[in-house]
Design a protein. Structure first.
Length: 201
């Protein structure tokens, strides 16, 4: 049964239908929460709160976007709230990269963050690195590299253009790699032939 039919039932108050949606999305929500928080316990709490909020708001969900888009918008808001709470204690300063050249392509030759997600030690380092980048870059990486959402889906969740999604993701990955290199958890990749002519528009 697809999301639309389960939503109709859930909006009528059928808990069993909502539980089907939970089973469908809970692993992806948890993965995003875990990579954002760096703590299994915090990730479990965030995941629980995400679905609790979704259930409480299900009757007011208008369906202008897909259920997954709405759900991950809630997820990102929860992750941001959690990160802000963590940052109430002094930590490393956020690394903010300007958006002046938002559409300028950036060569993408080094390994991407998702290639390290299966390594628990490096996964913790990646979570720490995510804490050091700007909020908008953290969201992009979580949605694309952890949740595996398409550019179109991310654009809907964050309410930005697909072009901005692509350029912001490229800059977020550059920022993360820089931090991981500084922390000694990533080796600099040798320049590839592709870097000499720029990237795709």
């Amino acid at each position: 049964m697809d999301d639309k039919h389960m939503l109709v039932r859930a909006r009528r108050g059928e808990l069993s239908a909502f539980e089907e949606l939970v089973r469908k999305y809970e692993k992806r929500v948890y993965a995003v929460a875990l990579r954002s928080s760096g703590s299994p316990e915090d990730a479990a709490d965030i995941t629980q709160e995400v679905f609790l909020r979704a259930w409480r708001s299900i009757e007011t969900f208008r369906g202008d976007s897909g259920f997954s888009t709405w759900l991950f918008r809630i997820t990102m808001n929860m992750c941001v709230d959690h990160a802000r709470h963590k940052q109430s204690q002094p930590q490393c300063q956020p690394l903010v990269i300007g958006e002046e050249d938002a559409e300028r392509p950036i060569p993408d030759t080094a390994p991407t963050p998702e290639e390290y997600l299966d390594n628990s030690e490096l996964g913790r380092e990646l979570a720490a690195a995510l804490d050091a980048v700007s909020e908008e870059h953290r969201r992009i990486v979580l949605l694309r590299d952890v949740s595996g959402m398409s550019y179109t889906e991310i654009a809907e969740v964050l309410e930005i253009s697909e072009g901005t999604v692509k350029s912001r993701l490229a800059r977020a990955r550059v920022a993360l790699r820089r931090i991981l290199l500084e922390r000694g958890n990533l080796f600099e990749a040798a320049p590839s032939k592709d870097t000499k002519g720029g990237g795709d528009a």
